[in-house]
Design a protein around this ligand. Structure first.
Ligand code: NAD
Length: 348
């Protein structure tokens, strides 16, 4: 039998959860609750049951899973109330505004014995999965450096996302996804954090950032989000001991250049304005195997399929709380580094 979910917050993302629940093979939608009447009306118009209050939603014994899809500053209280009501809980990202708040939420989950997880849905993104499969395959050897960027040009959305107290800003909004992905691509202790933020369109929150991470073995990563980039840099760029890879944008395949032979006797120099260079001359097919990876197959429903199996004790939950906590620690480090204009030595 399908598990029943109820969604708290019927805005953009709450409506997304509701719509996918109605198409799911493992969950069914019981209803929603939103503090704004206009959103309750919108749900009713879409034929969705609305609960008159959060308490009414939480006391519906039919509901197995509560999804919290409200602005970032309200997650903690809603999640803790839902866990105390004996519900399994999915919280939208970023799960909390601080590690301290998150620890309180985890304590409530431990006390309830229910499953508490976070909607880190970009673990199912095809571009990320392509880089992950390349890393795991070992085809271009050990990672040296991975750069992950998202560039838009429309500034920060003019809703709660541009207000600091509500958990606005791009580190919390997009950074949380990209950092989560990066910690999976380089599964090692983070040893240093350096972050610079931008305030091109607003002074209240970061409308972009560039975050550098170093890892225990010396591997390096860049995570960058921009909202004022009219030409976007590549989504992913990777250097490894045995080659390089690039994904130019979301829709493109991963291009790989695998090193076949290091030495070349006859490098054809490249002409530049100031003279010729062999050092920077492009390589050819004698030393490089160049190819594209097939785009991985991904299914949005897999998030809830995994959750339902985990509730039934058939598998581990995909998005685990210690992983979520590490991402929050990196984000806290990023804020501290940006404020102090300093590289922070960390052990995360
Ligand atoms: P939104 O502003 O469109 O919707 C939020 C809704 O919550 C609004 O309708 C608001 O009235 C309602 N709300 C506010 N406080 C409430 C409360 N205490 N109880 C009940 N309802 C309340 O915002 P959004 O874009 O839907 O974002 C919501 C959450 O989803 C955020 O945490 C955001 O980061 C996350 N999100 C995640 C993804 C993703 O891909 N995982 C994408 C977008 C948003």
């Amino acid at each position: 039998m399908k598990k029943k979910i109820a969604v708290v917050g019927y805005g953009g993302q709450g409506a997304w959860h509701a719509a996918w629940a109605m198409k799911s093979d493992v969950i069914a939608l019981s209803g929603i609750y939103d503090i704004r009447q206009c959103r309750m009306d919108a749900a009713r118009e879409a034929g969705i049951h609305t609960y008159p209050s959060l308490d009414a939603l939480l006391s519906d014994g039919e509901v197995d899973i509560v999804v919290c899809a409200t602005p970032n500053d309200s997650h903690k209280d809603i999640v803790i109330s839902a866990l105390k009501a004996g519900k399994n809980v999915v919280c939208e990202k970023p799960v909390a505004l601080s590690v301290r708040d998150f620890d309180e939420m985890c304590e409530a989950a431990r006390a309830s014995g229910r499953i508490f997880t976070v909607h880190q849905n970009r673990r199912w993104d095809v571009d990320y999965l392509a880089i992950q499969s390349l890393v795991n395959s070992g085809k271009i050897g050990e990672t040296v450096n991975i750069e992950s960027r998202i560039h838009g040009s429309r500034g920060i959305p003019s809703d709660w996302r541009c207000h600091k107290p509500q958990g606005g800003g791009m580190i919390l909004d997009w950074g949380v996804h990209l950092i989560d992905q990066m910690l999976r691509l380089i599964p090692e202790e983070v040893t240093s954090v350096y972050c610079e933020t931008t305030n091109i369109t607003t002074d209240e929150v970061d409308d972009g950032f560039n975050l550098r991470l170093s890892f225990k073995s010396g591997k390096r990563a860049t995570v960058e989000v921009g909202t004022y980039n009219f030409i976007a840099m590549p989504r992913f760029y990777m250097q490894a001991r045995g080659g390089s890879a690039i994904i130019e944008d979301w829709q493109k395949k991963c291009k790989v250049a695998r090193l076949k032979a290091w030495c070349e006797k006859d490098v054809l120099p490249v002409q530049t304005a100031a003279g010729i260079t062999k050092t920077m001359a492009p390589r050819d097919e004698i030393t490089i195997d160049a190819y594209e990876l097939e785009r991985p197959v991904s299914n949005v429903h897999d998030f809830y399929r995994n959750l339902v199996s985990a509730i039934d004790g058939e598998c581990e939950i995909a998005v685990k709380l210690p992983e979520v906590r590490r991402v929050l620690l990196v984000m806290e480090g990023a804020f501290m580094s940006a404020k102090a204009h300093k590289v922070l030595s960390v052990s995360i």
